[in-house]
Design a protein around this ligand. Structure first.
Ligand SMILES: [Zn+2]
Ligand SMILES: [Zn+2]
Length: 394
């Protein structure tokens, strides 16, 4: 029997509500108050702010998201400890809970009941409305993160989560300000660091992450798929350490990169790659270019087809519909053969460096490429047809 899920009763989570509303309010009051009382923030205070921003930001994107939720790469204990600490400082829940919610988001994306932050329930809900409600009664369902529960660092973080939050957000900024005062003989840095690296960073880090669930499902392009609401957005990548390429991410969640081109702004990818040079990260998973290319082309073809059916009002199953469907299916078949040829060629290249031996594989790929171009041309001619008659003639 299939278990029917009904919408959980949205009881208010008062702790989350108070924290998420009071911290922006306090930042709005204390940042200008500090400026008016003590003058401009010092270079040291800004440096602490920048460091805390980057450390908590990548703690979520590199640690919580790509390492733990998606297992897109492996990391040494020191990196996992670092991300566990700074992830706790970001105060977005423990690794276990965050990853569990996120895996559910990918599995049931846009589902109004099972996706914890479904974009279909509106911008506000997916941004932070969902955090203000106790979605699930009783203990959190962590059945989808059993693999993570084997990691001692993750369990240690879950056990000491509250202590880590308080220590990293309050004690460390105060300690840094105090240390700076002691060394330089100046005073005032304790408040400065606490307000900038503690409070303001806390608020900005929260909302930059929340944008991934809200704005990245509303604004931007869909170059890879329109099966869900995820979008690629360069501007959002700037404030989310590369997570703005969200349509790619939802299409290929196993990839450790979100921005796949070298010029895509994806600091999380750069950090992960750089750490691999020192053996601190390994097994960085990437989707082959040919597979990405195929997905992009097939997505374009599907869009063209859907648009044509709608524009010329072509009913499902009629003669023209069948003709287009057959042409698309042939094209998909050629694309599959092309992808398979690419995969075979890549496997073969690992075994030999002889150009003569590689030549037949390359010829096969080139021949398939020619056939792809021809079929694509024909499909685009269909898609541009101005009426049914023109489609029958073509
Ligand atoms: Zn994800
Ligand atoms: Zn998403």
């Amino acid at each position: 029997m299939i278990e029917e899920k009904s919408e959980p009763k949205p009881t208010q989570d008062w702790l989350n509500t108070i924290v998420l509303f009071s911290t922006p309010l306090l930042a709005i009051i204390f940042v200008p108050y500090h400026l008016l009382t003590y003058g401009a923030f010092t270079g040291f205070e800004w440096a602490c702010f920048a460091f805390f921003m980057f450390a908590t930001g990548t703690g979520i994107t590199g640690g919580y998201h790509r390492l733990w939720s998606h297992k897109a790469y492996d990391a040494s204990a020191i990196v996992r400890l670092w991300y566990a600490y700074w992830g706790a400082c970001a105060t977005q829940n423990s690794i276990l809970k965050w990853s569990s919610d996120h895996r559910r988001h990918h599995r049931y994306v846009d589902d109004k009941i099972q996706d914890p932050y479904s974009a279909k329930k509106g911008f506000w809900f997916s941004h932070m409305g969902w955090i203000l409600k106790k979605a699930y009664k009783g203990p959190a369902d962590l059945s989808n993160v059993k693999d993570l529960q084997k990691d001692k660092i993750i369990m240690w973080q879950a056990k000491h989560y509250l202590a880590l939050v308080l220590f990293s957000n309050v004690a460390v900024p105060i300690g840094l300000g105090w240390g700076y005062n002691m060394i330089t003989g100046s005073n005032g840095s304790i408040y400065g660091v606490l307000i900038l690296a503690g409070l303001l960073r806390f608020v900005l880090n929260h909302h930059f992450t929340f944008f991934i669930n809200s704005a990245c499902h509303v604004f931007g392009s869909q170059p890879y798929s329109n099966k869900d609401t995820s979008r690629d957005n360069f501007l959002l990548a700037l404030v989310t350490y590369g997570e703005g390429y969200h349509n790619y991410h939802h299409t290929f969640q196993a990839d450790y990169r979100n921005g796949i081109c070298w010029y895509h702004f994806d600091p999380t990818k750069w950090v992960t790659k750089a750490l691999s040079w020192f053996g601190l990260t390994s097994n960085l998973k990437t989707i082959p270019d040919s597979q990405i290319e195929k997905q992009k082309i097939m997505h374009g073809i599907n869009l063209g087809k859907e648009n044509l059916y709608e524009r010329l009002n072509i009913p499902t199953g009629n003669e023209i519909y069948q003709k287009i469907e057959n042409a698309c299916s042939d094209f998909s078949q050629t694309m599959n053969e092309w992808l398979e040829a690419h995969n075979k060629f890549a496997r073969f290249c690992r075994k030999t460096h002889s150009d003569a031996e590689k030549a037949p594989y390359q010829e096969r790929i080139e021949a398939l490429q020619l056939s792809i171009e021809k079929q694509k041309q024909q499909l685009y001619e269909f898609f541009q047809a101005s009426n049914i008659k023109a489609l029958k003639m073509s």
